[in-house]
Design a protein around this ligand. Structure first.
Ligand code: PMP
Length: 422
């Protein structure tokens, strides 16, 4: 008689499907090699901002050292080099997120600016008195306030999709909120507090059936999922470079070509025009139409290098490692820290948000900092979703592919010590 196969242990299941050389990868990140309060830095705040590999730091330094120039309008060698570097970065970043054409990628300062750009252009042209903009309860303030400002200006109103207790979106309620007045649906691809991954494709299809434009805040998704904006059915998709191992101050707004072509510009100035007289200005085609003034060229070059770096280390293996790590962290936090309550489903996308009894989250974060562990505490720029769970603040430990199982163990150990003292 053959013996039944031995059930694999849970620990084994939480290991990545493909080997990921995390120690070699960590060696690329100078910031991870430092100490804080005499302890090795444990960076569990990547959802706020990710560290940069030396390949990105070198690309930015190399740009300033060798190619620094304005783009598109110089008739000299460095201007041509800088233009080539910027446009090549645009093409690689566009391919990274599945854009059909490089021209669908507009460089902005970050997700916040991307959403404001859409609100000020698409919103102002499409939304009028009595119209509706649909959001979900789990949005970051960056995907709430610009729409609120637009509603106040245009006499429109926000409709907010509720959440189930487990942190997933109430899809039946969402479908019920859509109607003939829905002009825009703005949703996070992934929650920065709950880690929920929203079913964007299904939600976009339903919105399109009502003629609405779909704006997706991908700030927390692009670092953790392979994103294909075209397959998702997004009309606009925005994210920040700094959460993707790129520089701060650079981000991307993807927009479908037809929409970018029909939208009015946002800011006026140099670089966004085809011709100017005092009577009339003809605008440049997208993406230049939305990139007035001198943009963050070095930032875009650095973000291009970040995308190359992620492809080079193996994005799928990196995501697999991260997923295993988050599953391990969620299990250990729940099992081994008395009184700890995790929020949301996590969905393997990097965030573990929690409270420990009635302990002030800020005191927990302070205690962890003393142990060299960086986490974030507070409202995480998402007050409505915390309120939904009866909270005003929580602790968030967030993971990236450069974190290790040992760091999870250090977190759990430090929390056990801290909770005995606090
Ligand atoms: N949306 C989400 C879901 C976020 O987590 C963040 C950053 N915390 C933002 C938008 C805003 O990003 P940025 O500050 O880089 O513009």
């Amino acid at each position: 008689m053959t013996r039944p196969p031995t059930a694999p242990t849970r620990y084994w299941l939480e290991r990545p499907a493909r080997f990921f050389p995390v120690d070699a990868v960590r060696a690329d990140f100078p910031a991870l090699a430092q100490t804080v309060h005499g302890r090795r830095l444990v960076w569990l705040d990547s959802a706020a901002t990710a560290h940069k590999p030396r390949q990105v730091i070198d690309a930015v330094r190399d740009f300033y050292a060798r190619h620094n120039s304005n783009v598109h309008r110089g008739a000299h060698t460095l201007a041509r080099e800088a233009t080539e570097l910027l446009e090549s970065a645009r093409a690689r970043i566009g391919a990274f997120v599945g854009a059909a054409r490089a021209e669908e990628i507009v460089f902005v300062r970050g997700a916040t600016e991307g959403i404001n750009l859409v609100a000020q252009t698409c919103g102002r042209t499409r939304v009028g008195p009595g119209d509706e903009i649909v959001l979900t309860t789990l949005e970051h303030h960056a995907n709430i306030v610009p729409w609120q400002m637009l509603c106040a200006e245009r006499g429109a109103r926000l409709r907010v999709v509720p959440l189930h207790d487990d942190g997933t979106v109430d899809l039946a309620a969402y479908l019920g909120l859509l109607g003939p007045r829905t002009r825009i649906v703005a949703l996070a691809h992934t929650s920065n507090v709950l880690g929920t991954v929203l079913p964007v494709r299904a939600m976009a299809d339903a919105a399109h059936a009502h003629g609405a434009v779909v704006v997706v805040d991908g700030a927390q998704a692009v670092p953790h999922l392979r994103v294909d904006v075209t397959a998702l059915g997004a009309d606009f998709y925005t994210f920040s470079g700094h959460k993707l191992c790129g520089p701060t101050g650079i981000g991307v707004l993807y927009g479908r070509t037809e929409l970018l072509e029909e939208l009015p510009p946002w800011q006026g100035g140099g670089s966004m025009i085809a011709s100017v007289t005092f009577e009339h200005t003809r605008y440049a085609p997208p993406p230049q139409k939305f990139e007035a003034g001198t943009e963050h060229i070095a930032g875009a070059v650095g973000l291009g290098a970040a995308v190359d770096y992620l492809e080079c280390i193996g994005l799928d293996a990196a995501h697999g490692h991260e997923k295993a790590l988050v599953a391990y962290a969620r299990r250990r936090l729940t099992d081994d820290v008395p009184g700890l309550r995790l929020l949301g489903p996590g969905d393997g996308v990097g965030v573990c948000t929690f409270v420990i009894g009635a302990t002030d989250p800020a005191r927990v974060a302070d205690a962890l900092d003393t142990a060299g562990i960086a986490v974030r505490a507070g409202h995480h720029c998402a007050q409505p979703v915390l309120r939904r769970y009866g909270l005003t603040a929580a602790v968030r430990a967030s993971f990236a592919f450069y974190n290790t199982h040992d760091e999870v163990d250090l977190l759990v150990q430090a929390l056990r010590t801290a909770t005995r003292r606090l």
